[in-house]
Design a protein around this ligand. Sequence first.
Ligand code: NAG
Ligand code: NAG
Ligand code: NAG
Ligand code: NAG
Ligand code: NAG
Ligand code: NAG
Length: 556
Amino acid sequence: MRIAVFVLSFIWLVSGELLEDDQDSSVPEDWTLVEGVKPLEEVELTFALKQQKVKQLKELLKLVSDPDSHQYGKYLSLDEVAALVKPSKLTENLVQNWLQRHGVKNCHTVVTRDFLQCVMTVQVAEALLPGAKFHRYKRHSHTVLRSTSLYSVHKDVHRHLDFVGGIHRFPPKGKNISKGWQGARQSALSYQLGATPSVIRARYNLTAGDVGTATNNSQAVAQFLEEYYHPDDLAEFMRLFAGGFTHMSAVDRVVGTQGGGEAGTEASLDVEYIMSSGANISTWVFTNPGRHESQEPFLQWMLLLNNMSEVPWVHTISYGDDEDSLSDAYMNRINTEFMKAGLRGISLLFASGDSGAGCRHLTKKNTFRPSFPASSPYVTTVGGTSFKSPLKFNYEVTDSISGGGFSNVFAMPDYQVGAVQAYLKSVQPLPPQTYFNITGRAYPDLAALSDNYWVVTNLKPVAAVSGTSASTPVVGGILSLINDQRFLKGLPSLGFINPRLYKLQGKGLYDVTQGCHMSCRDDKVKGKGFCASPSWDPVTGWGTPNYPALLKALMD
Ligand SMILES: *[C@@H]1O[C@H](CO)[C@@H](O)[C@H](O)[C@H]1NC(C)=O
Ligand SMILES: *[C@@H]1O[C@H](CO)[C@@H](O)[C@H](O)[C@H]1NC(C)=O
Ligand SMILES: *[C@@H]1O[C@H](CO)[C@@H](O)[C@H](O)[C@H]1NC(C)=O
Ligand SMILES: *[C@@H]1O[C@H](CO)[C@@H](O)[C@H](O)[C@H]1NC(C)=O
Ligand SMILES: *[C@@H]1O[C@H](CO)[C@@H](O)[C@H](O)[C@H]1NC(C)=O
Ligand SMILES: *[C@@H]1O[C@H](CO)[C@@H](O)[C@H](O)[C@H]1NC(C)=O
């Protein structure tokens, strides 16, 4: 494999240079090759143009997110972000000339001018990007066009592009987050087992009066799979489960294309629970299964979010890929996109994943497997807990699936150094150091219940839905309630919350101190990853929200 790549890149050297040469371009096992692609079929590719002043962007984000800085909360508008990062004229001209030389004309840019989305034929794309060869792949009824060989770009533009989207990365795989017994027990009694809005609200100390009232507040969930939330499911869920507090029963805005297929458990879960903790707050759904067969749904969402001047303040996203399956160029650029959102006062919450520390099987040794975007230093990552006793809703312990660990790509950000060092010093024994990267960004940042949720999907109540895709919208809704109170006092949104969260040192959160999450099933670690401990830990972060206390800590 390596040798083949070397030989090919040697041949291209005459005119092109590889971009993203560390991108995993293999086909995930659940996709199958269906047929060749005709030269005149169309693909839509996304060109990520090199930005300017990324360092300055990073410095500014630090200032607006640091509660001790006098610039705290002084967010930028989209136009101001654009003025900062937009590519140089030289970059724009070279990329445009290169595209024009190949007859690519149908392109859209964005407000920040750092992405170009262009539609072209497969024939043109393959000439433009030597090495790329498109094929059609299928999973269930979903088809995509992707290339399993690496691509290069002309040497004139190599320095001016971060990556080209729509060639390699496959859409994420839907997890099986439901443990079953669908519709089997619908009696009021059985609802006492498992998490419902009233259980969640009681545990996190939300009273009937703790609902949104500010008119300009809003929150959002994003979905990328070929599955959809159904308005009827949401209404039925609220009818069945949401007694005793004021709430909305409909989504205010759907951005993107909602397909007509079956409702998905994941999509139902996200919207039902963000609207239960963040009750009576206007909620949007971003839905992006990828319009074109060549689109990358997550990238598509990122572009859309960073190209709209008015977007909700809090976004929760239940999506992740293995860090080692993505190119550094791609992850670094997506990181910059996260910074752009943070600088505008937007909070991005990602699920930490459902495989504990994960496991990567290498020849003769194993290592833990971090997940991205959970491992990004510029998002807030949410882990999972369960009740210690299924009948007593007052004590949380680690949910063994809770994703957590240390990035192999991103260095530990300043805001968490103290907390992580304290953990590494005080907790013994740690997993062997060959399994994780002690210098990396450690996650999650906080957590919430992730076990045994009730949801309504396809008009049926479904029990035992679990995963950090449940805890993430719950935390998102709670941050939205805090934003709400801040807006009423004329304060800015919480924005990128991590620097402030780590300064709280756990104030306003229930510390989770028991249990370990899972990892490699080998002789050395025997399925055990990291363990929770007093204060911050790489399993449940700082712990789970105690709303009134957290609100008090974040109201200035
Ligand atoms: C970005 O938004 C502008 C309007 O603000 C629109 O004209 C443009 O087409 C959008 N770009 C993409 C790629 O959607
Ligand atoms: C998910 O897993 C449960 C058992 O763990 C099984 O009953 C159910 O059929 C699975 N659902 C899907 C969609 O695979
Ligand atoms: C929150 O709930 C816990 C347990 O129900 C209770 O002990 C506590 O007093 C409540 N309020 C605050 C502000 O913590
Ligand atoms: C619900 O929110 C609206 C604003 O969207 C507000 O006018 C209303 O008072 C809120 N309801 C409650 C019970 O706070
Ligand atoms: C460990 O993480 C650092 C970033 O903090 C990275 O530069 C380094 O390559 C990583 N090491 C391994 C073995 O992945
Ligand atoms: C939201 O509206 C309130 C008044 O209801 C105002 O004080 C606040 O500044 C507004 N916040 C934002 C972020 O627009």
